[in-house]
Design a protein around this ligand. Structure first.
Ligand code: NI
Length: 146
């Protein structure tokens, strides 16, 4: 099985896709505006994104996520709460970066690794911490299965 997978990695396979001209023209417009030079490259990225979603749907997968949060550092005890949360989940927190955006606002990016449910739970707690103005989890994987 492994040999088969490795061979597949190296050889490109071609396949035909049928769809309405209207749908294809819309697709072409969107991928051109995003900078794709070929449908193949765009379709490969869409498939990889789909596979990442599948990894995240599996309980036992190891996934990677980045949480971006924006908050006012003058909000009482917020900085401590966010730091405490990251220390409490030290096994899953790979690193974090803090940027002082202006006099009040900070942006923090936390890189997490672990089971999907754990990564999601930590991200949810960071984003829902009182005083966090905006936050989002971006779900990805190590890429080793793509
Ligand atoms: Ni700051």
């Amino acid at each position: 099985m492994r040999n088969h997978d490795q061979r597949e990695d190296k050889e490109l396979e071609r396949f035909g896709v049928s769809m309405s001209g209207r749908l294809l023209r819309k697709f072409d417009r969107v991928i051109r505006s995003k900078g794709y030079r070929s449908r193949s490259e765009a379709i490969r990225d869409i498939i990889r994104d789909y596979l990442v979603g599948e990894e995240w749907a599996r309980d036992r997968s190891q996934v990677v996520g980045t949480v971006t949060i924006v908050y006012d550092h003058q909000t009482r005890e917020l900085g401590e709460a966010l730091t405490h949360l990251q220390h409490a989940h030290g096994g899953a927190v790979i690193c974090s970066t803090h940027v002082h955006l202006d006099r009040h606002n900070c942006l923090e990016v936390v890189v997490l690794k672990g089971r999907p449910a754990d990564v999601r739970a930590i991200a949810d707690r960071l984003v829902s911490t009182r005083g966090v103005k905006h936050g989002k989890l971006v779900c990805t994987t190590s890429g080793s299965r793509m």
